[in-house]
Design a protein around this ligand. Structure first.
Ligand SMILES: Cc1cc2nc3c(=O)[nH]c(=O)nc-3n(C[C@H](O)[C@H](O)[C@H](O)COP(=O)(O)OP(=O)(O)OC[C@H]3O[C@@H](n4cnc5c(N)ncnc54)[C@H](O)[C@@H]3O)c2cc1C
Length: 451
């Protein structure tokens, strides 16, 4: 129990708003896109600057409160909302300053991808972010950040050059390759385990228009399409990023699609994409020249907030015949028309030229990231969808590596977090012992300190 006077004093000390159960806006603020998550923090602090974040950390320490940190709220595991503790909501911190001369952006953690892209594209610039515009830049970047530019420019975290973060003892530090380099190594991939990031500095590149979109086939052709996808992926240049997914069109037709984004010269892109356009008999070919912003928002209609979501994900060892058979079998038995299952991201190029231990993010060498991304609308269908998703991942298990990309997993516990950080886990534990020995930041894919 927090003494009322202390709570009052804390609330008054903040520049931003705070909300407790019963306050207008409390329920809307604790809600996140995944409707599976229904947690009730004792307090929500809507921070508007680093000083608010520092005040939150000190208050939570003093009163021994569980803390969760919300960037864009898109963690499918719902890590941004705690039960009964202090939810530190950064989503009102949306400042951004783009320097076209230096090709950098200094951004606050409450920006969504769409907001960030819009500001950088005003100067014809961009950096790698994800593929759905409402996702938050900070959770995405601190966990990894795979998107349409990753093969040319690396993951979002590969383009991070500095962060400001509030540590577990309430200090505001800068971390970069020259200041606190151990923390800078750790924040790039460890998903909020080391502090609350209040500012992120990114490298930018000239980007757009792109040649992109999707090409779709009947889902009954899943095995043929995946075989083609594998062969096509072998020779593609860094300018091209592709992914394949089984989904259902809004008119109810189940399809398997290959999405593509070519970020180089359009004429060259047309040549590179020709084999994809010549393959089979598509039911729709939506590949065309688009603005980068249009490309980045292409998947938005498929991910409205308020659906229930459960995800299993891991990297494939290889996309061999056995894996293709399993993927095709489950593509044809998905119980929900809102799911992307299976979805396969192809990872290549710049991401794989960074060493496995150069940042905390280890997944640099696997070419295919598998997801069974299940979405459905009614809680009554939860058991059926969760069970199907688990069965799918189980059936594919012999072809999967042990570790997953932390940004894609529903809650799986310590063993899964350990596998996700792979060969970097021990170094991360040593740094956690040093910077957060009481595991103050634990609403994340957690690195448990050993002290
Ligand atoms: C519809 C959808 C599409 C997606 N598409 C992609 C994609 O294309 N590519 C990709 O790589 N990922 C994608 N993701 C996964 C996404 O990267 C993760 O869900 C990511 O965690 C979202 O970040 P967020 O800030 O929105 O989430 P939040 O839930 O707010 O945060 C996620 C985690 O990061 C921590 N965190 C957030 N902000 C901070 C901060 N400033 N300081 C410290 N810790 C912080 C939180 O505490 C939490 O543990 C997608 C997710 C969804 C739901």
């Amino acid at each position: 129990m927090i003494p009322l006077s202390a709570l009052q004093k804390f609330r008054e000390s903040l520049r931003g708003q705070s909300l407790c159960p019963g306050d207008p806006g409390y329920d809307a603020t604790r809600a996140i896109p995944n409707a599976m998550i229904n947690r009730k923090p004792a307090i929500i602090a809507r921070c508007i600057g680093a000083s608010d974040v520092i005040a939150c950390v000190r208050f939570a320490r003093e009163h021994d409160l569980t803390v969760s940190v919300r960037g864009g709220g898109h963690s499918v595991a719902g890590k941004s909302v705690c039960d009964g503790g202090l939810m530190i909501d950064l989503s009102a911190m949306k400042g951004i300053r783009v320097s076209p001369a230096q090709r950098t952006a200094r951004a606050e953690p409450g920006l969504t991808l769409g907001e960030f892209d819009r500001e950088t594209q005003a100067f014809g610039l961009a950096t790698t972010l994800g593929t759905v515009t409402k996702t938050g830049i900070s959770g995405l970047t601190l966990g990894g950040g795979w998107g349409h530019l990753h093969a040319k420019y690396g993951l979002a975290l590969d383009n991070l050059t500095a962060v400001d973060l509030v540590t577990a003892d309430g200090r505001l530090l800068t971390a970069s390759s020259s200041e606190n380099p151990d923390l800078f190594w750790a924040v790039r991939g460890s998903s909020g385990n080391f502090g609350i990031v209040t500012s992120l500095r990114y490298r930018l590149y000239e980007v757009g228009p792109v040649l992109g979109g999707g090409i779709f086939y009947p889902v009954s052709k899943a095995a043929e399409v995946l075989r083609f996808f594998r062969e096509f992926a072998k020779g593609i240049p860094d300018e091209l990023v592709i992914q394949a997914a089984a989904l259902t069109f809004p008119d109810g037709v189940p399809v398997i699609g290959v999405a593509a984004c070519y970020c180089g010269a359009i004429l060259e892109g047309e040549k590179v994409l020709k084999p994809l356009r010549m393959f089979g008999k598509p039911v729709a070919d939506l590949l065309q020249v688009r603005s980068y912003l249009e490309m980045q928002s292409m998947f938005d209609p498929f991910f409205p907030p308020g659906r229930l979501t459960y995800v299993k994900s891991s990297f494939l060892r290889t996309l061999n015949e056995e894996a293709i058979e399993t993927l095709a079998q489950y593509a044809n038995s998905c119980p929900s028309p809102y799911s992307f299952a299976p979805a396969l991201e192809h990872w290549h190029g710049a991401v794989s030229r960074v060493g496995v231990t150069e940042t905390a993010f280890p997944h640099r060498q696997s070419s295919y990231n598998f997801m069974a991304w299940s979405n459905w609308e009614n809680a009554a269908d939860s058991e059926k969808n969760i069970q199907w998703t688990r069965e799918f991942a189980k059936a594919l298990e012999p072809n999967l590596i042990a570790g997953s990309y932390v940004n894609y997993v529903s809650d799986e516990g310590e063993a899964s977090a350990r596998a996700a950080y792979g060969p970097n886990y021990d170094r991360l534990v040593a740094l956690k012992n040093k910077h957060d020995p009481t595991n103050f930041f634990r609403m994340n894919h957690n690195i448990t300190p050993r002290v």
